[in-house]
Design a protein around this ligand. Structure first.
Ligand SMILES: Cc1cc2nc3c(=O)[nH]c(=O)nc-3n(C[C@H](O)[C@H](O)[C@H](O)COP(=O)(O)O)c2cc1C
Length: 204
């Protein structure tokens, strides 16, 4: 990282809205990188701490923090991938095993876990949306730090046995496996939606 982050604001600090043209420029051109192009180096432990701190600065109705992270790196990530591979092959699913190439390539994976809180008036839907906001912010912060990142889910985000290997608790779901490293090649722009077809104006 080129510049240190400012210290986290303290509760009650004034935070005036300020234009951030560099953020707008970044948003206009940022792109995810393909997971299989990601290699060392990944973020240092200190950089990862910063990324996770930034990722949790999201709208969160009721201030419930209905999300958490599971960090997979190095030998631990390799062991996780091995166990998923054994699971896929135990059911004879060679295609599922092959899909693990994306998880194996990068030096770092961060599982963003949606962990909605029961017994609260805040709808579960809103808590899940907040987990999506965490994953998006993590993606953008990682790219802004100069690393490549790819938000994937794939079968192991949905398979209950894979969830048990990951350590999911009751009611939790994987919002993202954020695969992170240094891209060996630049991504190319992908097809983008035509905004005009997505927007209508309500006139009553
Ligand atoms: C919830 C979610 C799950 C995704 N899962 C996968 C996946 O399993 N495999 C995949 O190839 N892309 C997946 N994608 C899409 C990739 O992140 C894709 O590369 C991304 O849409 C690129 O867009 P960007 O360049 O605008 O960031 C997923 C996207 C989202 C939002």
């Amino acid at each position: 990282m080129t510049e240190a982050l400012p210290p986290a604001p303290q509760f009650g600090d004034p935070l005036p809205v300020e234009p951030a043209p560099e953020v707008l420029r970044f948003l206009a051109r940022r792109r995810s990188t393909s997971a299989v192009t990601l290699a060392e180096p990944g973020p240092s432990p200190e950089e990862l701490d910063q990324l996770l701190r930034l990722a949790t600065r999201v709208p969160d109705h009721g201030k419930l923090s209905p999300w958490r992270f599971i960090v997979l790196r190095g030998a631990d990530k390799a062991r996780f991938a091995e166990q998923l591979e054994a699971l896929a092959l135990s059911s004879g699913d060679a295609q599922a095993a092959a899909k693990l190439a994306k998880l194996k390539a990068p030096p770092l994976a961060v599982a963003v876990i949606s962990a909605p809180k029961p017994d609260t008036p805040i709808p579960e839907w809103e808590q899940i949306l907040s987990a999506g906001a965490v994953a998006t912010t993590l993606l953008y912060a990682t790219l802004a730090m100069g690393y490549g990142a790819n938000w994937i889910t794939d079968w192991y985000a949905y398979d209950p046995e894979a969830g048990a290997i990951l350590g999911l608790k009751d009611g939790e779901r994987v919002a993202a496996f954020m695969l992170i490293g240094t891209p060996r090649e630049s991504p190319l722009e992908r097809a983008r939606p035509d905004d005009a077809g997505l927007v209508s104006r309500w006139r009553g």
